[in-house]
Design a protein around this ligand. Structure first.
Ligand SMILES: Nc1ncnc2c1ncn2[C@@H]1O[C@H](COP(=O)(O)OP(=O)(O)OP(=O)(O)O)[C@@H](O)[C@H]1O
Length: 451
C-alpha cells in the first residue's frame, strides 16, 4: 500500500526530532516497554539516538498479573534492555480479570510508571504510540459521536508523558525492527475481535486504505493534530467570551450570547450547563441555543432548567435537596448508597469513571459518608480548607451542597469530598491496596461537553 506522502524520515531520525522538539536533549526519560513491536522499536530506536542527544534513558516493563505468558515477555524486555546497556525496572501488579480489565490495567500501568518516574528522578515517561494508534483512535471517537474536542486524538505530550513515535507508522516500526533484526511479542489482546479497537485496526483501516488506494493513516493523524490546535484556539475564545458575558448574580448576558458564532455559543452554553451540574449532549446544546435565541425556558434532565428571561440566561438546579441518610462502611468489602452516590471499599485501582480514595494503612474504621457539618475542614493539596469553601470553589450549586458526600473516619475527621477535593495517591500505593470507590450520580458522569 503506497503512502500518502512518500518522503518520510527513518524511525531513528523521527525519534531524534521528536525528542528534540520535546526539549529532551540532555534530559531523561523512562521508556514504557511491553515487548510489543511499537514499544520495542521505541526502546531500540532511543538507544540508537541517546548518545547524540545526551539523553539519560531507563526502561520499565509492567506485568499486570493477568496472563502467565507475561512473565516471559518481561524476561525478553529485561534481556533486550541489558543488551542495549539500559537499566530495566520490572513492576508486578495483581489485577483481577473481569469487567473493564483493559481500562483498569491501563490506569494502574500509567500510575505505576508515573510513581517509578518520580522515584528515579526522570523527566518523562515515553510510550510507543504510533501514527496508526492515532488514526484508530480518531476513527473510534468520530464513530462514537465525538466532535472537534474528541477528534484531538492521542496527545503527543502531557506534563510528564511523551509519545515520541507518534509521527511513525506501524509499517515504519516493523521495517525498522526487521532491519535491526530484533524480535517482539504479540499481545493476544491486540487480536481480540471483541474489542472495537481491534476491529478498527484489522477490518476498518485496511478497508479504508484499500478503498482510497493509499495508506490513510497519515492524513487521519494530521487531522487529529490540526483539530487539537483548532480546539485550543476555540476553547480560548470561548473562555474570553464567558468572562465578557458573565453577569453579577449569576448567568450570562442573553444578547451577547445570541450574538456569538455557533462554535462559541455552543461552548459557552455548555460551560454554563456543566458548571450548574447539568448533563450536556449535542441535542441539548442545539435545543438550548434555540431557547437562547427565542427566549423562554427549557427543562433539562435531572430536574435542571435552562432559562432565558429578562436579558439573562441561567441554568437553575432542581431545588434544595434533603441531606441523604449517612452511610457507615465497616471495613474492606463494605458497600452502600449515599443519596445518588454509590460507595464500595475495594482492592486495586478503580474502573473508569469511578473516583477513588487510596486508604492509608492506619485508617480509623468505620468510615462514614455523611453531609457537610458546620466547621468541617478537609485536607487539600494546598493545605487544610473549610469544606464550605471547597464546595464554593468547586462551583457545587448551593442547593446541591447537602447532597455532596463527605467521607469521615471513626473520629469524624473529613478525609475526602469525592468529585470536589481530588484523591491523594501516595507513591507506592497505586494498586493492590484498599481504596474507597465512589460511583458518581449519572448527572455528573459527563463533565466534559462533547463539542
Ligand atoms: N505491560 C506494559 N509495560 C510497559 N509499558 C506498556 C505495557 N503495555 C503497554 N505499555 C506502553 O503503552 C503503550 C500503548 O500500549 P497499548 O496500545 O497496548 O495500550 P493501551 O491500553 O491501548 O493504552 P493507551 O490507552 O495508552 O493507548 C505501549 O507502546 C507501551 O509504551
Amino acid at each position: 500500500m503506497p503512502r500518502a506522502s512518500p518522503e518520510r524520515p527513518s524511525l531513528t531520525a523521527a525519534l531524534a526530532r521528536s525528542y528534540a522538539e520535546h526539549g529532551l536533549a540532555s534530559r531523561s526519560v523512562l521508556l514504557a516497554v511491553s515487548g510489543g513491536a511499537d514499544s520495542t522499536a521505541l526502546l531500540v530506536g532511543t538507544a540508537r539516538v541517546r548518545d547524540t542527544l545526551a539523553l539519560r534513558v531507563e526502561v520499565a516493563t509492567v506485568d499486570h498479573g493477568l496472563r502467565p505468558e507475561a512473565a516471559e515477555e518481561v524476561t525478553s524486555v529485561v534481556g533486550l534492555a541489558a543488551r542495549l546497556g539500559l537499566t530495566c525496572h520490572v513492576r508486578r501488579l495483581a489485577l483481577q480479570p473481569g469487567a473493564g480489565v483493559e481500562a483498569r490495567a491501563r490506569e494502574a500501568r500509567y500510575a505505576t510508571l508515573e510513581v517509578l518516574r518520580q522515584e528515579r528522578g526522570l523527566d518523562f515517561v515515553a510510550t510507543g504510540h504510533t501514527l496508526d494508534d492515532q488514526a484508530e483512535t480518531l476513527l473510534m471517537r468520530l464513530s462514537r459521536g465525538a466532535a472537534l474536542r474528541g477528534a484531538r486524538g492521542i496527545h503527543a505530550r502531557a506534563p510528564t508523558l511523551i509519545r515520541p513515535l507518534l509521527a511513525c507508522s506501524r509499517e515504519d516500526v516493523l521495517a525498522f525492527l526487521a532491519t535491526e533484526e530484533v524480535g517482539f511479542v504479540r499481545d493476544p489482546m491486540n487480536a481480540d475481535p471483541s474489542l472495537f479497537r481491534t476491529r478498527v485496526r484489522l477490518d476498518v483501516l485496511p478497508a479504508l486504505n484499500r478503498a482510497a488506494g493509499f495508506s490513510t493513516v497519515e492524513h487521519l493523524a494530521t487531522f487529529a493534530r490540526l483539530a487539537s490546535e483548532d480546539e485550543a484556539l476555540l476553547a480560548g475564545l470561548a473562555d474570553a467570551a464567558w468572562e465578557r458575558l458573565a453577569l453579577d448574580g449569576g448567568g450570562l448576558d442573553a444578547v451577547g450570547l445570541r450574538a456569538l458564532e455557533p462554535p462559541l455559543s455552543r461552548r459557552v452554553l455548555a460551560r454554563l450547563l456543566v458548571s450548574a451540574g447539568a448533563r450536556v449532549d449535542h441535542a441539548t446544546l442545539e435545543r438550548g441555543r434555540d431557547v437562547v435565541a427565542r427566549g423562554g425556558a427549557m427543562p433539562l434532565s435531572d430536574g435542571f432548567l435552562l432559562k432565558a428571561t429578562g436579558g439573562r440566561v441561567r441554568c437553575v438546579g432542581p431545588g434544595p435537596q434533603a441531606p441523604p441518610a449517612p452511610l457507615v462502611l465497616a471495613g474492606p468489602g463494605a458497600r452502600g448508597d449515599f443519596g445518588a452516590w454509590r460507595f464500595q471499599v475495594a482492592e486495586g485501582s478503580a474502573p473508569p469513571g469511578v473516583l477513588a480514595l487510596v486508604l492509608e494503612e492506619g485508617t480509623a474504621w468505620p468510615l462514614t459518608v455523611r453531609s457537610r457539618k458546620q466547621g468541617d475542614r478537609v485536607r487539600t493539596r494546598a493545605g487544610h480548607r473549610k469544606v464550605q469553601d471547597a464546595l464554593v470553589d468547586a462551583r457545587v450549586p448551593a442547593e446541591a451542597r447537602d447532597a455532596q458526600p463527605v467521607v469521615v473516619d471513626a473520629r469524624d475527621v473529613p478525609l475526602w469530598l469525592p468529585g470536589v477535593v481530588p484523591r491523594f495517591v501516595e507513591p507506592g500505593a497505586v494498586a493492590c491496596r484498599h481504596s474507597l470507590w465512589a460511583f458518581p450520580p449519572a448527572s455528573s458522569e459527563r463533565k466534559t461537553p462533547p463539542l
